[in-house]
Design a protein around this ligand. Sequence first.
Ligand code: PLP
Ligand code: COI
Length: 341
Amino acid sequence: MERANLDYANLPFAYQKTDANIRYWFRNGTWSAGELTADEYIPLHMAATCLHYGQEVFEGLKAYERPDGRVQTFRLMENAKRIQRSARKLFMQPVPDEVFRDAVHRVVRANRRFVPPYGSGATLYIRPLLLGVSPEVGVKPSHDYLFLVLVTPVGPYYKGGLTPVRLIVEERIDRAAPGGVGDAKCGGNYAAGMRATLPVKDKGYAEVLYLDCREKKYLDESGSSNFYAMIGKTFATPASPSILPSITNLSVQQIAKDMDLTVEQRHVSVDELPTFNEAGCLGTAAVITPVESITYRGKDFVYAKDGKAGPLTSELYKRLTAIQWGEAPDPYGWTEIVPEA
Ligand code: PLP
Ligand code: COI
């Protein structure tokens, strides 16, 4: 295999053209067999429900080249289940498990030369996307759907590896409401967050931390990842109906238990900010990103000094990434080799 000629050690988290994406159409009650194409554009009716009424849900997962040269995915079926939940919530046609797995395997294989080499720190980001494509002008669900999976080689989402980032608590703008669709991975949630995130990026913050929108008292999550804090030897992560249930978080909770940490998924109040000894962001793109400081009402609460992650965060990162990269045994069955054909 000849690798795609890219500067893998310095890849941004950005879209790059690859060799193929894969598409399945749901028409007349059945899914098509899936077709690989090099075309980066999709034929879409101008009145499609995804464009007008937000019938659009997506996923994010990664493929990793292991030390033995094989390629593996991480908790693929959790992503399949989540896009099904997101789809149901937006009254869309869920993608069956077999279609999801088939799509990921075929598109990764078709783009094998773009899977970044083991040791580069880069990965192949996989972006499944489900769209309502029937034309409607009344607010109603689509009959027909397009399920598409694109891939792109990426570097770190935030600054890089275990470099701590700064967060700021957002008190004014809400990303999602309880009873809304904050727990679904739909595009509208991200559009809703841009007016909060973009202004603070200029001030050196990687992201905002949203509060629960009812009481403005409990930490929710950032616009692109879940949040945790270490309080002594307790890993505490917000329980909230308006956050996305993160697969990285689920995995890190298991690893934390194996490290004899206490795991609490509960309301985490802003009043507790002074009690944290470490904090971090959790997500496929973010992996585990340590939090350097959180700004709340003009005061900085500092959790990582001299650009270094705390010891518990470092250990969680080491254990999680060793499984993801195929360096350590996977006692939980989280990884799956992408079959060669
Ligand atoms: N929260 C939001 C809003 C996200 O966009 C993501 C990314 O997918 C996450 C949390 C983390 O979820 P996961 O770990 O499944 O990638
Ligand atoms: C992911 O982590 O996969 C996400 O979808 C977050 C996105 C904002 C890049």
